[in-house]
Design a protein around this ligand. Sequence first.
Ligand code: NDP
Ligand code: OXD
Length: 308
Amino acid sequence: MTRVALLSHSANLAYFQPLLNELDPTLRITTWPDQACLEADIAVCWNSPPGIYAKMPQLRLIHSIAAGVDNVLAGQDARDLPVCRVVDPMLAQGMLQYVLWAVLHFHRKLDVAMANQRQAMWKRPPQQAAKDFRVGLMGLGELGGLIGATLPTLGYTVNGWSRSPRELPGVRMFSGADGYEAFLGQTDLLVCLLPLTDSTRGILDRRTFAALPPGAAVVNCGRGEHLVVDDLIAALQSGHLRGAVLDVFTQEPLATDHPLWRTPGVVVTPHMATMAASATVAAQIVANIHRLRDGQALVNQVDMERGY
Ligand code: NDP
Ligand code: OXD
């Protein structure tokens, strides 16, 4: 009998129980804060309760319900346990749609038109060919990779930046610290699709913004901790940056009195860029539970050296 704990300090994951049991009725499932979770073999997680894995002696697999694993690993002792995440074509498609909307928002100057509307001002903003609008993708993994493959087919000039050198048709690639400044210098819209790791925390900061051309804009779909909020607000207020579309925040929900709600040029969305269907997530978790039981290689396992 395999015992599964649904662990989160911020959400009630009980809705996964019927989905997992439909796929494998033998799974014994408990939801945190039920203390029976501490006896589980498998942890299914989003924002794991602090220090929880250290109290779970039987634990053999940590499975995120999401693509990112930062909030599953933060402040935890994961020992040498395997950690898996969700990879799903529909998740990537949702992110593509969100980023495409943000690209159009800035490229077609809908931000300008919407600001004009607030003053009942009829004024056609000058338009620009897609090839003259340069999108810079930070992170070309499962999500950024699809966006990098698609935007050039719509005529955009696309630059990409990843940790290791990569090739993607139609995308001018840069990598590592050496390629960072050159990448930023050719970017009108910077899109962050990085995982949150020690190397990427706070990467959207004053230095990054200063290296972007004047009038550039920023989209953050990675994690809130990628962004240094005060640096963004300063870059917007100085006029160096034109605007920002932000989907993720260090504290979610974003506090009602947070300045980002009311900073001119900022669009706030509630961590909605994309989400895998719960049934898809459940299927991937159960498949990995069965693989673990059968001694097979797990799928979508995180490389703990890299942290993603
Ligand atoms: P992947 O692991 O597939 O891809 C990560 C990419 O980031 C890779 O290209 C990797 O480089 C690059 N990268 C990692 N570290 C660095 C670094 N230090 N410097 C430069 N590049 C780096 O991740 P996904 O595409 O699946 O997801 C990315 C993130 O998106 C998630 O971790 C999550 O935080 C966020 N997300 C947000 C959602 C939302 O709704 N807002 C929904 C889903 C995910 P390399 O290719 O060299 O390995
Ligand atoms: C994810 C997310 O990582 O929803 O999948 O942010």
